[in-house]
Design a protein around this ligand. Structure first.
Ligand SMILES: Nc1ncnc2c1ncn2[C@@H]1O[C@H](COP(=O)(O)OP(=O)(O)OP(=O)(O)O)[C@@H](O)[C@H]1O
Length: 232
C-alpha cells in the first residue's frame, strides 16, 4: 500500500491519497501541474516524511529497500557511461543477481535484438524509452512510476508498451502521461492535477465521462461511442 499524507511544498499543495497494493494509477494533468514533482516525492527523490510504503516510512528505508519498493523512471535517459551497451545496461538494472535468461527474453519481447551490443548513447529517443522500460522490468520494484515513457514511441511500439502495461510483467504501476488514448485504454484509477493540487482521484469510468472531460480539458476532447475524439 502507498500513502501520502498532507504533503505541502512551493509546488504541491495538501497532497493526500492512498493506493491499495493491487491498484494501478494514471497521473494526468496539464503542463506544469506538478505530476513529475509528485512522482519524485513518492519515490523520495525529493526528500520528505509524508510517504508510507507498505506501512513503512519511505524516508526511514535503506537505499536497497527503497529500490526494491519503488522505482521512478524519468522521461529521459541519462547515460553516465558513453560505452555502455544495451545488454550491459540491462545487467546493471538487476538489483541482485544478473538474470541472463530474463534479459534474453526481454530483448526478444521488446524487439531489441539488433541493439543488444550497441552503445545506448546512440539510441533514438524511442529506443531509449524501450531501454528504460526493459530495465524497469528487470529491476522489478513493487511499484514502478513511469514519467511520460511513451512520448517518443511510434504507434506499433505504443501498442507493445500498452500490452506490457496491461500485463503482469510489472507489479504495481503509476503512469504519468499526456496520451489520453493510452490513459483511456488502460483502465487504471485516475489522479488529475492542476496547479499543484489534486482535482480528481477516483475510478477510471468516473473520470472519463463527458462532464469531467469538459471540466478538465474544456472542449478539446469529447467521448463519442466509447471513443475519445480530439477537437483541434
Ligand atoms: N527544481 C525546481 N525548482 C523550481 N521549480 C520547479 C522545479 N521543478 C519543477 N518546478 C516547477 O514546478 C511546476 C511543476 O513542475 P512538474 O515538472 O512537476 O510539472 P508536470 O506536471 O510534470 O509538467 P509536464 O507535463 O510539463 O511535464 C512547474 O511550474 C515547474 O516549473
Amino acid at each position: 500500500m502507498l500513502e501520502i499524507n498532507k504533503y505541502n511544498s512551493d509546488i504541491l499543495y495538501d497532497v493526500t491519497f492512498s493506493l491499495e497494493e493491487n491498484e494501478n494509477l494514471l497521473i494526468l494533468g496539464e503542463n506544469g501541474a506538478g505530476k513529475s514533482t509528485l512522482a519524485k516525492v513518492l519515490s523520495n527523490l525529493i526528500e520528505n516524511n509524508n510517504v508510507k510504503l507498505f506501512d513503512e516510512n519511505l524516508c526511514d528505508l535503506s537505499d536497497k529497500k527503497r529500490a526494491e519498493y519503488i522505482n521512478y523512471i524519468p522521461p529521459k535517459l541519462s547515460i553516465f557511461d558513453e560505452y555502455i551497451t544495451l545488454r550491459e545496461f540491462f545487467e546493471l538494472a538487476c538489483i541482485d543477481q544478473v538474470d541472463n535468461k530474463k534479459i534474453d527474453e526481454l530483448i526478444d519481447i521488446l524487439n531489441l535484438k539488433k541493439l543488444e551490443y550497441k552503445y545506448c548513447k546512440a539510441f533514438s529517443s524511442g529506443e531509449k524509452q524501450l531501454l528504460l522500460l526493459g530495465s524497469s522490468i528487470l529491476h522489478n520494484a513493487k511499484i514502478t512510476i513511469f514519467d511520460e515513457l511513451t512520448a517518443n514511441l511510434d504507434i506499433t511500439r505504443l501498442k507493445e508498451v500498452f500490452d506490457i502495461f496491461n500485463s503482469d510483467f510489472l507489479k504495481q504501476k503509476i503512469i504519468i502521461t499526456h496520451n489520453l488514448d493510452l490513459a483511456y485504454a488502460l483502465k487504471f484509477k485516475v489522479l488529475y492535477m492542476r496547479d499543484g493540487k489534486i482535482e480528481f482521484f477516483g475510478k477510471h469510468d468516473e473520470f472519463f465521462c463527458n462532464e469531467n472531460l469538459k471540466m478538465f480539458y474544456n472542449d478539446s476532447i469529447t467521448k463519442i461511442n466509447e471513443h475519445l475524439v480530439v477537437n483541434l
